[in-house]
Design a protein around this ligand. Structure first.
Ligand code: TYM
Length: 329
């Protein structure tokens, strides 16, 4: 069985963007691939985190994956926490010593985040090397993500190719798996940018944990434009296109069908329908989330995921360690 691998940072509550770009893809493909789904808590501390909140967000994230339909009972599903497997950091160091600094500082995400945190840390710079380690330890065929992570997956691909050329076949070359609809859900208040977990504007992002009333309010106050025409044009009408995208993600329809359904109508009706689509999917997730949180299964799932994935990572790391000349033969 080919492998699929992805992670979602526990740097806040998960958004409907994380659902579209990450979780929903895992749910769609989980029966056909051996799936590696992990919480990248080491990535989260590249920007300041409150330790108590970080602990909580890690467990909440796992419960939310399962609530959204990730099936922890599948034999081929492995759910784990990045920091519980020390090989991620070990391999990351080796990658850091093989990546030109300029390749890291030209990453879009680095540029955006370093602009927000004046005294940014070295971890923010080397972040893509850690992400490459997360991926390449497990030889996945695909890495499902939103469009924002594509550049990082490309860096991992380039590292894999360079290592294979220099040291012999070590890594499978992974491919990003970007959804055709929902690869970039936009901020509801500033549709020029992507919806994010860590926003300061309380109306910008819809969280999977938001109460029904809040979801409806946020979507009803989404910024659109003043020409009053419903059509899909991401460049000139990012707000309206975003609403059509969210509708499609949460109803399973195509963009064309969504446009056909709403064209000629008003923005108010479109927003109402989008809110309804999101609420009717997300509210049942929340019921299931509470069930999972109360069930006591999370620790067992994480123990099993950790033990299984450490063995795979150990084997890969041993090969790389020897290839680069570390330790004893
Ligand atoms: P993160 O935590 O920012 O996002 C988790 C997943 O959600 C996707 N995503 C979106 N998709 C559509 N619209 C949006 N507005 C949106 N916002 C986020 C992301 O593309 C991602 O798929 N560096 C990664 C975490 C990571 C990782 C990895 C992913 C660490 N190691 C290895 C894959 C493989 C990140 O910060 O994602």
């Amino acid at each position: 069985m080919d492998r699929l691998l992805t992670g979602l940072q526990p740097s806040g509550s998960l958004t409907i963007g994380n659902y579209a770009g990450g979780i929903s893809q895992i749910v769609n493909y989980q029966k056909d691939y051996e799936t590696f789904l992990f919480v990248p808590d080491m990535h989260a501390i590249t920007v300041p985190q409150d330790p108590e909140a970080l602990h909580r967000n890690i467990i909440n994230a796992i419960a939310m994956y399962i609530a959204c339909g990730v099936d922890p009972n599948l034999e081929n599903m492995h759910i784990y926490i990045q920091s519980e497997n020390l090989y991620h950091a070990n391999l990351s160091w080796i990658f850091e010593c093989h990546t030109p600094h300029g390749d890291l500082t030209r990453m879009h995400q680095f540029k955006a985040k370093s602009a927000l945190h004046e005294a940014f840390t070295e971890g923010l710079v080397t972040y893509p090397d850690l992400m490459a380690a997360d991926i390449l330890l497990y030889d996945p065929k695909y890495v499902p993500t939103g469009i924002d992570q594509k550049q990082h997956v490309e860096l991992a691909r380039n590292l894999a190719i360079r290592f294979n050329n220099r040291y012999g076949e070590l890594f499978r070359i992974p491919e990003p798996l970007i959804p055709t609809i929902g690869a970039k859900i936009r901020d509801l208040q500033n549709p020029e940018q992507k919806m994010s977990k860590s926003t300061d504007n309380p109306k910008a992002s819809v969280f999977l944990s938001d109460p029904e009333k809040t979801i409806r309010k946020k979507i009803m106050s989404a910024v659109t434009d003043s020409d009053g025409i419903i059509k899909f044009d991401e460049e000139n009408k990012p707000g309206v296109s975003n609403l059509l995208t969210i509708y499609s993600v949460f109803t399973g329809s195509t963009i064309e069908d969504a446009v056909a359904k709403f064209e000629g109508g008003g923005y108010g009706d479109l927003k109402k329908a989008v809110a309804e689509a999101v609420v009717s999917k997300v509210v049942p997730f929340q019921d299931k989330y509470n069930e999972v949180m109360n069930s006591g299964i999370i620790d067992d799932i994480l123990d099993a995921g950790r033990d299984y994935t450490i063995e795979i990572a150990r084997e890969k790391y041993e090969l790389v360690r020897k290839a680069v000349g570390f330790g004893r033969i």
